[in-house]
Design a protein around this ligand. Sequence first.
Ligand code: NAP
Length: 312
Amino acid sequence: MHQIIILGAGPAGLTAAIYAARANLKPLCIEGIQAGGQLMLTTDVENYPGFPEGVLGPEMMQMFRKQAERFGTTFITDNVTKVDLQANPKKVWVGDKEYTAAAIIIATGANAKLLGLESESRLMGHGVSTCATCDGFFFRDKEIAVVGGGDSAMEEAVFLTRFASKVYLIHRRQGFRASKIMLERAKKNEKIDFLLDTVVEEVLGQDEVTGIRIKNVTSDASRELQLSGLFIAIGHTPNVELFKGQLQFDDQGYIKTALRDDRLTQTNVEGIFACGDVQDHVYRQAVTAAGTGCAAAIDAERYLEALASKTS
Ligand code: NAP
Protein backbone atom coordinates (compact mmCIF):
# COMPACT_ATOMS: atom_id res chain seq x y z
CA MET A 1 0.00 0.00 0.00
CA HIS A 2 1.20 3.49 -0.87
CA GLN A 3 0.81 6.57 1.27
CA ILE A 4 -0.03 8.77 -1.70
CA ILE A 5 -1.02 8.04 -5.27
CA ILE A 6 -1.00 10.98 -7.67
CA LEU A 7 -3.10 10.79 -10.81
CA GLY A 8 -1.75 12.91 -13.65
CA ALA A 9 1.64 14.40 -14.48
CA GLY A 10 1.20 17.96 -15.68
CA PRO A 11 2.55 20.89 -13.63
CA ALA A 12 0.05 20.18 -10.80
CA GLY A 13 0.68 16.43 -10.48
CA LEU A 14 4.44 16.71 -10.81
CA THR A 15 4.69 19.53 -8.28
CA ALA A 16 2.58 17.47 -5.87
CA ALA A 17 5.00 14.59 -6.55
CA ILE A 18 8.08 16.73 -5.80
CA TYR A 19 6.62 17.93 -2.49
CA ALA A 20 5.27 14.53 -1.44
CA ALA A 21 8.57 12.82 -2.35
CA ARG A 22 10.59 15.39 -0.40
CA ALA A 23 8.29 14.75 2.58
CA ASN A 24 9.43 11.14 2.29
CA LEU A 25 5.98 9.88 1.37
CA LYS A 26 7.31 7.86 -1.62
CA PRO A 27 4.46 8.82 -3.95
CA LEU A 28 3.34 6.71 -6.86
CA CYS A 29 2.46 8.88 -9.85
CA ILE A 30 0.27 7.28 -12.48
CA GLU A 31 1.02 9.68 -15.26
CA GLY A 32 -1.25 8.48 -18.04
CA ILE A 33 -0.29 7.71 -21.59
CA GLN A 34 -0.32 11.40 -22.54
CA ALA A 35 1.87 12.47 -19.63
CA GLY A 36 2.90 16.11 -19.27
CA GLY A 37 -0.52 17.68 -19.74
CA GLN A 38 -1.38 20.63 -21.92
CA LEU A 39 2.18 21.97 -21.91
CA MET A 40 3.11 19.10 -24.21
CA LEU A 41 1.10 20.96 -26.89
CA THR A 42 2.94 24.23 -26.32
CA THR A 43 6.15 25.48 -27.83
CA ASP A 44 7.69 28.45 -26.01
CA VAL A 45 6.71 29.13 -22.41
CA GLU A 46 7.83 32.64 -21.48
CA ASN A 47 5.71 33.29 -18.41
CA TYR A 48 6.94 30.58 -16.05
CA PRO A 49 9.13 32.34 -13.47
CA GLY A 50 12.73 31.21 -13.38
CA PHE A 51 13.19 30.89 -17.15
CA PRO A 52 14.24 34.38 -18.29
CA GLU A 53 14.96 33.11 -21.80
CA GLY A 54 11.78 31.01 -21.97
CA VAL A 55 11.58 27.24 -22.20
CA LEU A 56 9.82 24.72 -24.43
CA GLY A 57 6.69 23.26 -22.80
CA PRO A 58 7.68 19.57 -23.22
CA GLU A 59 11.23 20.34 -22.03
CA MET A 60 9.90 22.01 -18.88
CA MET A 61 7.69 19.01 -18.12
CA GLN A 62 10.71 16.73 -18.55
CA MET A 63 12.54 18.85 -15.93
CA PHE A 64 9.58 18.71 -13.51
CA ARG A 65 9.47 14.91 -13.93
CA LYS A 66 13.23 14.50 -13.35
CA GLN A 67 12.97 16.57 -10.17
CA ALA A 68 10.08 14.42 -8.90
CA GLU A 69 12.05 11.25 -9.74
CA ARG A 70 15.17 12.52 -7.99
CA PHE A 71 13.38 12.57 -4.63
CA GLY A 72 11.85 9.11 -5.01
CA THR A 73 8.61 9.37 -7.00
CA THR A 74 7.76 6.14 -8.83
CA PHE A 75 6.00 6.50 -12.19
CA ILE A 76 3.58 4.30 -14.07
CA THR A 77 3.09 5.40 -17.67
CA ASP A 78 -0.39 4.09 -18.20
CA ASN A 79 -3.98 5.21 -17.82
CA VAL A 80 -6.03 4.63 -14.69
CA THR A 81 -9.14 2.66 -15.63
CA LYS A 82 -11.17 2.70 -12.39
CA VAL A 83 -11.07 4.19 -8.90
CA ASP A 84 -12.83 3.56 -5.61
CA LEU A 85 -12.42 6.77 -3.62
CA GLN A 86 -14.77 5.83 -0.78
CA ALA A 87 -12.90 2.61 0.08
CA ASN A 88 -10.36 2.60 2.89
CA PRO A 89 -7.64 2.40 1.75
CA LYS A 90 -8.47 4.13 -1.53
CA LYS A 91 -8.24 1.94 -4.62
CA VAL A 92 -6.96 2.67 -8.10
CA TRP A 93 -6.86 0.23 -11.01
CA VAL A 94 -4.73 0.21 -14.12
CA GLY A 95 -6.44 -2.54 -16.11
CA ASP A 96 -6.50 -5.60 -13.81
CA LYS A 97 -3.78 -4.30 -11.52
CA GLU A 98 -4.98 -2.77 -8.26
CA TYR A 99 -3.08 -0.12 -6.28
CA THR A 100 -4.05 1.13 -2.83
CA ALA A 101 -3.20 4.30 -0.93
CA ALA A 102 -4.20 6.22 2.17
CA ALA A 103 -4.54 9.45 0.15
CA ILE A 104 -5.04 10.31 -3.49
CA ILE A 105 -4.17 13.51 -5.31
CA ILE A 106 -6.15 14.04 -8.50
CA ALA A 107 -4.33 16.14 -11.08
CA THR A 108 -5.84 14.86 -14.31
CA GLY A 109 -6.18 18.32 -15.84
CA ALA A 110 -8.48 19.55 -18.54
CA ASN A 111 -8.37 19.59 -22.30
CA ALA A 112 -9.20 22.55 -24.46
CA LYS A 113 -11.95 21.67 -26.91
CA LEU A 114 -10.75 21.72 -30.49
CA LEU A 115 -12.42 22.13 -33.86
CA GLY A 116 -11.19 18.71 -34.95
CA LEU A 117 -9.26 19.73 -38.09
CA GLU A 118 -6.07 17.88 -39.04
CA SER A 119 -4.38 21.23 -39.84
CA GLU A 120 -5.36 22.58 -36.41
CA SER A 121 -3.53 19.74 -34.59
CA ARG A 122 -0.55 19.90 -36.94
CA LEU A 123 -0.07 23.64 -36.35
CA MET A 124 -0.83 23.58 -32.60
CA GLY A 125 1.96 25.60 -30.94
CA HIS A 126 2.99 26.97 -34.37
CA GLY A 127 0.37 29.67 -34.63
CA VAL A 128 -2.62 27.72 -33.34
CA SER A 129 -3.14 28.21 -29.62
CA THR A 130 -5.70 27.51 -26.93
CA CYS A 131 -4.33 30.08 -24.47
CA ALA A 132 -4.29 33.82 -25.16
CA THR A 133 -2.60 34.61 -21.83
CA CYS A 134 0.25 32.25 -22.74
CA ASP A 135 0.73 33.07 -26.40
CA GLY A 136 -0.72 36.52 -27.10
CA PHE A 137 2.66 38.14 -26.73
CA PHE A 138 3.98 36.31 -29.80
CA PHE A 139 1.54 38.14 -32.07
CA ARG A 140 2.61 41.73 -31.69
CA ASP A 141 1.35 43.79 -34.67
CA LYS A 142 0.03 40.66 -36.38
CA GLU A 143 -3.47 39.80 -37.59
CA ILE A 144 -5.06 36.90 -35.77
CA ALA A 145 -8.43 35.21 -35.23
CA VAL A 146 -10.31 33.88 -32.23
CA VAL A 147 -12.98 31.18 -32.61
CA GLY A 148 -15.93 30.98 -30.21
CA GLY A 149 -18.98 32.84 -28.99
CA GLY A 150 -18.72 32.48 -25.21
CA ASP A 151 -17.11 34.61 -22.50
CA SER A 152 -13.72 32.97 -23.12
CA ALA A 153 -13.71 34.03 -26.76
CA MET A 154 -14.73 37.62 -25.89
CA GLU A 155 -12.18 37.86 -23.09
CA GLU A 156 -9.39 36.44 -25.25
CA ALA A 157 -10.27 38.64 -28.23
CA VAL A 158 -10.19 41.79 -26.10
CA PHE A 159 -6.96 40.71 -24.39
CA LEU A 160 -5.32 39.94 -27.73
CA THR A 161 -5.98 43.47 -29.04
CA ARG A 162 -3.15 44.56 -26.72
CA PHE A 163 -0.75 42.85 -29.09
CA ALA A 164 -2.40 42.16 -32.42
CA SER A 165 -3.09 44.79 -35.05
CA LYS A 166 -6.45 43.14 -35.81
CA VAL A 167 -8.51 40.33 -34.28
CA TYR A 168 -11.22 38.48 -36.20
CA LEU A 169 -13.85 36.99 -33.90
CA ILE A 170 -15.26 33.97 -35.70
CA HIS A 171 -18.50 32.47 -34.43
CA ARG A 172 -20.66 29.79 -36.02
CA ARG A 173 -24.04 31.48 -35.49
CA GLN A 174 -25.61 34.90 -34.76
CA GLY A 175 -26.46 34.31 -31.09
CA PHE A 176 -23.86 34.35 -28.34
CA ARG A 177 -23.39 32.48 -25.09
CA ALA A 178 -21.19 35.31 -23.86
CA SER A 179 -22.60 37.63 -21.20
CA LYS A 180 -23.92 40.94 -22.47
CA ILE A 181 -21.20 42.97 -20.81
CA MET A 182 -18.34 40.92 -22.27
CA LEU A 183 -19.95 40.88 -25.71
CA GLU A 184 -20.43 44.67 -25.63
CA ARG A 185 -16.83 45.18 -24.59
CA ALA A 186 -15.64 43.14 -27.56
CA LYS A 187 -18.06 44.83 -29.96
CA LYS A 188 -16.88 48.27 -28.88
CA ASN A 189 -13.25 47.42 -29.52
CA GLU A 190 -12.23 48.86 -32.87
CA LYS A 191 -9.56 46.25 -33.45
CA ILE A 192 -12.10 43.39 -33.36
CA ASP A 193 -13.98 42.36 -36.51
CA PHE A 194 -16.92 40.00 -35.99
CA LEU A 195 -17.43 37.27 -38.60
CA LEU A 196 -20.71 35.55 -37.70
CA ASP A 197 -22.40 32.46 -39.16
CA THR A 198 -18.85 31.51 -39.99
CA VAL A 199 -16.79 28.36 -39.42
CA VAL A 200 -13.11 27.60 -39.92
CA GLU A 201 -12.72 24.94 -42.61
CA GLU A 202 -8.93 24.75 -42.69
CA VAL A 203 -5.86 26.27 -41.06
CA LEU A 204 -3.38 27.21 -43.77
CA GLY A 205 0.40 26.92 -43.61
CA GLN A 206 3.05 24.20 -43.64
CA ASP A 207 5.27 24.90 -40.63
CA GLU A 208 3.41 27.88 -39.24
CA VAL A 209 0.02 29.49 -39.64
CA THR A 210 -0.26 31.74 -42.69
CA GLY A 211 -4.04 31.99 -42.82
CA ILE A 212 -7.37 30.21 -42.52
CA ARG A 213 -10.12 29.19 -44.91
CA ILE A 214 -13.52 30.14 -43.56
CA LYS A 215 -17.04 29.40 -44.73
CA ASN A 216 -20.19 31.43 -44.25
CA VAL A 217 -22.75 28.81 -43.26
CA THR A 218 -25.74 30.75 -44.60
CA SER A 219 -24.34 31.55 -48.06
CA ASP A 220 -22.02 28.50 -48.22
CA ALA A 221 -19.31 30.81 -49.61
CA SER A 222 -15.70 30.07 -48.63
CA ARG A 223 -12.80 32.49 -48.59
CA GLU A 224 -9.28 32.75 -47.25
CA LEU A 225 -8.03 35.16 -44.61
CA GLN A 226 -4.34 35.85 -44.24
CA LEU A 227 -3.26 35.87 -40.62
CA SER A 228 -0.55 34.62 -38.28
CA GLY A 229 -2.44 33.13 -35.37
CA LEU A 230 -5.63 31.24 -34.57
CA PHE A 231 -6.89 31.05 -30.98
CA ILE A 232 -9.44 28.34 -30.27
CA ALA A 233 -11.69 29.49 -27.40
CA ILE A 234 -14.62 27.08 -27.57
CA GLY A 235 -14.42 25.78 -24.02
CA HIS A 236 -12.56 23.19 -21.95
CA THR A 237 -13.42 19.73 -20.69
CA PRO A 238 -12.08 18.70 -17.27
CA ASN A 239 -10.85 15.11 -17.18
CA VAL A 240 -13.25 13.78 -14.57
CA GLU A 241 -14.87 10.74 -16.24
CA LEU A 242 -13.24 8.34 -13.73
CA PHE A 243 -14.61 10.20 -10.71
CA LYS A 244 -18.25 10.69 -11.73
CA GLY A 245 -20.63 9.56 -8.99
CA GLN A 246 -17.81 9.60 -6.41
CA LEU A 247 -17.03 13.31 -5.95
CA GLN A 248 -18.85 16.63 -5.98
CA PHE A 249 -18.47 18.86 -9.04
CA ASP A 250 -19.23 22.53 -9.60
CA ASP A 251 -21.88 23.62 -12.12
CA GLN A 252 -19.28 23.55 -14.92
CA GLY A 253 -18.18 19.99 -14.18
CA TYR A 254 -14.90 20.74 -12.38
CA ILE A 255 -14.05 18.98 -9.10
CA LYS A 256 -15.19 21.02 -6.11
CA THR A 257 -12.38 21.77 -3.67
CA ALA A 258 -11.72 24.00 -0.68
CA LEU A 259 -14.46 22.17 1.13
CA ARG A 260 -12.60 22.80 4.37
CA ASP A 261 -11.25 26.23 5.24
CA ASP A 262 -7.82 24.98 6.13
CA ARG A 263 -7.35 22.70 3.11
CA LEU A 264 -7.54 24.42 -0.26
CA THR A 265 -7.44 21.20 -2.26
CA GLN A 266 -9.72 19.01 -0.13
CA THR A 267 -12.59 17.45 -2.11
CA ASN A 268 -15.80 16.29 -0.45
CA VAL A 269 -14.19 12.91 0.28
CA GLU A 270 -11.66 12.71 3.13
CA GLY A 271 -8.21 11.81 1.85
CA ILE A 272 -8.97 12.81 -1.74
CA PHE A 273 -7.37 16.03 -2.94
CA ALA A 274 -7.59 17.74 -6.33
CA CYS A 275 -5.30 20.32 -7.91
CA GLY A 276 -4.61 22.04 -11.21
CA ASP A 277 -6.99 22.46 -14.12
CA VAL A 278 -9.29 19.62 -13.06
CA GLN A 279 -10.50 21.93 -10.27
CA ASP A 280 -9.69 25.36 -11.72
CA HIS A 281 -11.48 26.82 -14.71
CA VAL A 282 -10.50 30.39 -13.90
CA TYR A 283 -6.72 30.76 -14.00
CA ARG A 284 -5.58 27.70 -16.01
CA GLN A 285 -1.88 28.58 -15.90
CA ALA A 286 1.09 26.26 -15.42
CA VAL A 287 2.25 28.32 -12.47
CA THR A 288 -1.14 28.29 -10.72
CA ALA A 289 -1.46 24.55 -11.38
CA ALA A 290 1.97 24.01 -9.84
CA GLY A 291 0.88 26.17 -6.89
CA THR A 292 -2.20 24.09 -6.18
CA GLY A 293 -0.12 20.91 -6.72
CA CYS A 294 2.13 22.06 -3.89
CA ALA A 295 -0.93 22.81 -1.73
CA ALA A 296 -2.37 19.34 -2.46
CA ALA A 297 0.83 17.63 -1.31
CA ILE A 298 0.88 19.67 1.90
CA ASP A 299 -2.83 19.03 2.49
CA ALA A 300 -2.33 15.29 1.92
CA GLU A 301 0.72 15.21 4.18
CA ARG A 302 -1.24 16.87 7.02
CA TYR A 303 -4.14 14.51 6.45
CA LEU A 304 -1.81 11.50 6.70
CA GLU A 305 -0.23 12.87 9.87
CA ALA A 306 -3.66 13.36 11.47
CA LEU A 307 -4.64 9.85 10.38
CA ALA A 308 -1.47 8.38 11.91
CA SER A 309 -1.98 10.19 15.22
CA LYS A 310 -5.62 8.97 15.33
CA THR A 311 -4.61 5.33 14.84
CA SER A 312 -1.56 5.37 17.16
P1 NAP B 1 -18.90 28.32 -23.53
O1 NAP B 1 -19.67 29.34 -22.77
O2 NAP B 1 -19.36 26.91 -23.51
O3 NAP B 1 -18.87 28.81 -25.04
C1 NAP B 1 -18.29 28.04 -26.03
C2 NAP B 1 -18.49 28.74 -27.37
O4 NAP B 1 -17.78 28.02 -28.35
C3 NAP B 1 -19.96 28.79 -27.79
O5 NAP B 1 -20.23 30.03 -28.37
C4 NAP B 1 -20.05 27.68 -28.83
O6 NAP B 1 -20.94 27.95 -29.87
C5 NAP B 1 -18.65 27.67 -29.41
N1 NAP B 1 -18.30 26.33 -29.88
C6 NAP B 1 -18.33 25.16 -29.19
N2 NAP B 1 -17.92 24.15 -29.97
C7 NAP B 1 -17.62 24.69 -31.18
C8 NAP B 1 -17.14 24.15 -32.39
N3 NAP B 1 -16.86 22.85 -32.53
N4 NAP B 1 -16.95 24.99 -33.42
C9 NAP B 1 -17.23 26.31 -33.31
N5 NAP B 1 -17.67 26.88 -32.18
C10 NAP B 1 -17.87 26.08 -31.14
O7 NAP B 1 -17.36 28.26 -23.11
P2 NAP B 1 -16.41 29.42 -22.54
O8 NAP B 1 -16.54 30.65 -23.33
O9 NAP B 1 -15.06 28.79 -22.41
O10 NAP B 1 -16.99 29.70 -21.10
C11 NAP B 1 -17.08 28.63 -20.14
C12 NAP B 1 -17.60 29.19 -18.83
O11 NAP B 1 -16.61 30.03 -18.23
C13 NAP B 1 -18.85 30.06 -18.99
O12 NAP B 1 -19.70 29.86 -17.89
C14 NAP B 1 -18.31 31.46 -18.96
O13 NAP B 1 -19.25 32.42 -18.50
C15 NAP B 1 -17.14 31.32 -17.99
N6 NAP B 1 -16.12 32.36 -18.29
C16 NAP B 1 -16.23 33.55 -17.61
C17 NAP B 1 -15.31 34.54 -17.87
C18 NAP B 1 -15.41 35.83 -17.12
O14 NAP B 1 -16.46 36.10 -16.55
N7 NAP B 1 -14.37 36.64 -17.10
C19 NAP B 1 -14.30 34.37 -18.81
C20 NAP B 1 -14.22 33.15 -19.49
C21 NAP B 1 -15.17 32.16 -19.22
P3 NAP B 1 -22.53 27.79 -29.67
O15 NAP B 1 -22.93 28.94 -28.81
O16 NAP B 1 -23.07 27.83 -31.05
O17 NAP B 1 -22.73 26.46 -29.01
